[in-house]
Design a protein around this ligand. Structure first.
Ligand code: BGC
Length: 548
């Protein structure tokens, strides 16, 4: 029985540090992936709404039948919202998510991972109600800012929560389920927009907006029945409660040897990290994410840079160029009769390719997927760029370009899409994990926003007018992604989060796939001859956790 200074059963055997898991327990871990729907749906639905006739008339007073607004009509502003308003409506959400993700990292350590996600759902619902009720900019922008906060909470902490509760053998596959839900969210958004775009009443935009509440309600309701993360309770020094939730998560009695041994390892690792990382004030706990210097490969600073830059690189692959600007790009290619249909096809390729990663991320590993995925993407991107530059007006070339764009999406969806989320959930030690994951997620939203803002300047016909040549830019950035993954990404498959911590200390990314765990933290920190973790360790973790 943990707590009260009595040691947990512990082992020096590296193969026995995780309890076996029941099917029900697997399903519980997988449910949290549902949170990805928010992310995808919200990124996807707004571009459709901004182009809806009813919405434009409501917000600008313009009449769609007035010839002045037709293409080449006398009013150059056309039948559209002014650019600054469009960009404000779109980007305010990313601003909200950026700050929401950062705040959520704090909250997750104070009120728990699960509770933070539920709070995120409530904040999101408030934002959605404001958006749905709005018929003026002020309220719409405020609603999107608030909803953005909620998505920031959910998107950062779901990754943290899933990584912490999932069994190590399927952790990659379960977190990839989150990416799968993002892709479904994107698909749902384009279908709903398509369905309501021709409505001549406020249902045109209110239905796609209001529907989002459903995702939040399902997620929050489901989470009420799921347990909190045992690693959160360890961090707060509540070892007894950690044993309870770990038992539920693994489908084993809380006092069984399995649960006691897994918990002992989490506690011993936490104690080890606490000794390495000085604890202190609130500011000190943030500062801890940036300590240790650049030259030390295990340092917190290196890990924070790794997580935030990995998410930046994921955006640099150029994937959102297709999802945000695809329709306009396909229109510019000329010979395409139904750009919307091509947009739908690319979204479907994204959905259908993602599940491949459930298998490959555990079979071949995160590093392998990121290296080969970047190679696949960069080849496709250069082919699209070269074909478009050499022979862009030929319908056969355009068809080939579209085919290669689909293959490019296949590579993204089966590698970098899920891979980036999986890795950020795994590389941080417990004392800085919630903030590290939050910073990495915030970086995803920041770069998402930067790319959305600058891309029109590269491709709009009255600006850079790059056309297919823009794929030279994405291809070159993908070369960076390839080198980055090869040089910096460690292999984390099959290891417990505590073993990842040890692996990052002992080996380099390029040799990491060969690293095998050789001892347990429990054995190193102190095993008694009765086969229990030294009671002082449990007591120390309990004492320090209570003053977090
Ligand atoms: C990215 C998003 C992107 C989506 C596409 C996610 O992993 O972070 O920016 O829109 O994948 O499926």
């Amino acid at each position: 029985m943990p707590g009260g200074g009595v040691g947990l059963i512990a082992t020096a055997d590296t193969a026995r540090i995780e309890a076996p898991v029941t099917l029900k327990a697997y399903l519980m871990c997988a449910f949290a992936a549902f949170g990805g729907i928010f992310f995808g749906y919200d990124s996807g639905y707004i571009s459709g709404v901004l182009g809806m006739d009813y919405f434009i008339t409501l917000y600008t007073g313009k009449d769609p039948n007035n010839p002045a607004y037709a293409k080449n009509g006398s009013d150059p502003s056309g039948f559209a919202l002014p650019s600054w308003q469009k960009s404000l409506i779109v980007s305010i959400l990313s601003a909200g998510t950026f700050f929401g993700a950062l705040m959520a990292g704090d909250l997750a350590d104070f009120i728990g991972r699960r509770t933070t996600i539920i709070v995120g759902c409530i904040v999101f619902i408030i934002g959605v109600i404001l958006q749905t009720a709005s018929s003026s900019y002020g309220l719409l922008v405020a609603g999107r800012l608030i909803a953005g906060f909620g998505i920031g909470f959910v998107s950062a902490i779901i990754i943290l929560y899933m990584s912490e509760i999932a069994p190590k053998k399927v952790r990659g596959a379960i977190v990839s389920g989150y990416q799968f839900c993002i892709t479904i969210g994107l698909l749902l958004a384009s279908c709903v927009d398509y369905g309501t775009q021709s409505y001549t009443n406020s249902g045109a935009y209110r239905i796609p907006m209001a529907l989002q509440m459903l995702w939040a309600m399902i997620l929050a309701a489901g989470l009420f029945f799921l347990p909190e993360s045992p690693r959160y309770f360890v961090k707060r020094g509540k070892i007894d409660r950690a044993a309870d939730v770990l038992g539920r998560l693994r489908g084993q009695p809380r006092d069984s040897e399995f649960i006691q041994t897994e918990l002992a390892e989490i506690v011993a690792n936490h104690e080890y990290e606490l000794q390495v990382i000085p604890q202190g004030s609130y500011f000190q706990s943030w500062a801890n994410c940036f300590t240790g210097g650049l030259s030390h490969q295990k340092s917190n600073l290196r890990r924070t840079i790794l997580g935030t830059s990995l998410q930046m690189m994921q955006q640099w692959t150029g994937i959102n160029f297709i999802f945000y600007f695809g329709t306009t790009f396909f229109e510019q290619l000329g010979t395409i009769s139904n750009p919307f249909l091509i947009g739908l096809i690319t979204t479907l390729v994204n959905v259908c390719s993602t599940p491949i990663s459930f298998y490959t991320i555990e079979r071949f590993g995160r590093r392998t997927l990121l290296v080969w995925g970047a190679l696949g993407m960069l080849i496709c991107e250069f082919i699209v760029a070269i074909a478009g530059t050499v022979d862009g007006s030929n319908p056969a070339t355009v068809r080939a370009e579209i085919a290669f764009i689909c293959i490019y999406i296949f590579f993204f969806a089966s590698t970098w899409g899920p891979g980036a989320w999986v890795v950020i959930g795994e590389i941080y030690p417990l004392p800085i994990r919630s903030r590290g994951v939050a910073l990495s997620t915030a970086s995803n939203w920041l770069w998402n926003c930067i790319i959305a803002v600058i891309t029109p300047y590269m491709v709009d016909t009255d600006k850079g007018n790059l056309g297919a040549k823009v794929f030279f830019v994405w291809g070159a950035l993908c070369v960076c992604c390839f080198l980055y993954a090869y040089i910096l990404i460690p292999e984390t498959k099959g290891l417990s989060l505590e073993q990842v911590d040890r692996m990052m200390e002992e080996t380099t990314p390029r040799n990491s796939a060969k690293w095998v765990p050789h001892s347990t933290f429990a054995a190193e920190m102190g095993l008694t001859d009765k086969g229990t973790l030294a009671p002082e360790i449990v007591e120390d973790v309990e004492r320090r956790g209570s003053v977090v």
